[in-house]
Design a protein around this ligand. Structure first.
Ligand SMILES: [Zn+2]
Length: 354
């Protein structure tokens, strides 16, 4: 990095609210294992980007109006999420009462809703067992969405890029469903905010398909969704993310999936990224949102692609070279000891190209 880049750090939004959303465990093949989506993920990325002077950090204290979430989500689901979080002990006690276990509630308990398929009936919204709701979950979720909106505001004010250090992540949350550690779809909320000035493209480079984002923007011709992810026949979320899914009746060709097999090499990945970027260029959006996952790394505990740290710099450079006003929204990535190196590599690439 030369001296010029110091003056052009990426405007970044952060809130410590996420730290209090801290489920203890998840359930894997009959065993309790530590919750993968933990707060130190975000903290290590933030700290190393600060140390390397790549970001200009803005601490956000004031949440957005909830109405800014409603274009992306059914207000009834949002009300439910908030109500469970604010009254979590009652929800758990009522459920335990069925089994005469009322006395077993503990401090800092999390409510695990019964699991329902996406798009299910009113009143049931969570489709897996890794998205529990605790008393601080609502605050964390609302602030996470707030960071994405603040980042979008930076683009609306005419700046070229911003980064939202979102946690919980969002891309597995749909209009009426929550799951995959996600409750509110931060990228989709930002997309509707940015739509006020024209078409928006969302490029999802998390290892997992952004099933929530796809579902939310499916029928909107002004929102392009492009995703590079693990083949759903091999990996989460399994039921969606195929190349044959190309958009709703009102928005044909507005959804572009690039499923890739386990063991995908950097060469194949980067060629696919070039294809994806050409599709975005052809759409010519007024803004670009990147759902930024770092779980494509070769030592990712939940992933099976073969990218090394240095490839994230190339990815950042290629995205930045498009020249669209771009909001980076943090999604997944669980290789705790390498996340900061990936973040530094990626944003070096982004800033080099500007
Ligand atoms: Zn992921």
């Amino acid at each position: 990095m030369d001296a010029n880049h110091d003056a052009r750090r990426i405007t970044t939004f952060y809130s410590a609210s996420h730290l209090k959303h801290a489920p203890h465990i998840e359930f894997l093949h009959g065993q309790n294992v530590p919750y993968f989506e933990m707060g130190c993920r975000l903290e290590t990325i933030k700290q190393h980007l600060l140390d390397d002077k790549l970001i200009d950090l803005h601490i956000v204290d004031t949440p957005i109006e909830i109405s800014l979430i409603h274009p992306a989500h059914d207000p009834k689901m949002i009300d439910y999420l908030r109500d469970v979080s604010e009254n979590v002990e009652r929800y758990i006690r009522d459920d335990f009462a069925i089994y005469h276990m009322e006395d077993q509630i503990e401090d800092d308990s999390y409510f695990y809703e019964s699991v329902f398929p996406p798009q299910s009936t009113d009143g049931f919204y969570i489709y897996d067992s890794v998205s529990p709701i605790g008393k601080h979950t609502w605050d964390a979720v609302l602030m996470s969405a707030t960071l994405a909106v603040r980042g979008a505001d930076v683009l609306l004010n005419g700046e070229g890029m911003a980064y939202a250090l979102c946690r919980p992540p969002g891309h597995h949350a749909g209009r009426r469903f929550m799951g995959g550690y996600c409750y509110v779809n931060n990228a989709a909320v930002a997309a509707y905010h940015l739509k006020s000035r024209g078409k928006v493209a969302i490029l999802d480079i998390d290892y997992h398909h952004g099933n929530g984002t796809q579902e939310i923007v499916w029928d909107d011709p002004d929102l392009l969704f492009v995703s590079i992810h693990a083949d759903p026949t091999q990996d989460y979320p399994h039921y969606v993310g195929f190349a044959s899914e190309t958009g709703g009746n009102n928005a044909p060709d507005s959804n572009i999936n690039f499923p890739l097999r386990h063991g995908t090499t950097p060469d194949v990945y980067l060629d696919t990224l070039d294809d994806a970027l050409r599709r975005i260029q052809a759409f010519d959006p007024s803004s670009l949102i990147i759902s930024l996952g770092f779980d494509t790394y070769k030592e990712e505990p939940m992933g099976h692609f073969l990218l090394d740290i240095s490839h994230f710099e190339i990815i950042g450079r290629k995205i930045s070279a498009l020249g669209f006003p771009t909001l980076y929204v943090q999604e997944g990535g669980y290789a705790i000891n390498a996340l900061s190196a990936m973040g530094v590599s990626f944003f070096r690439g982004v800033l080099e190209e500007r």
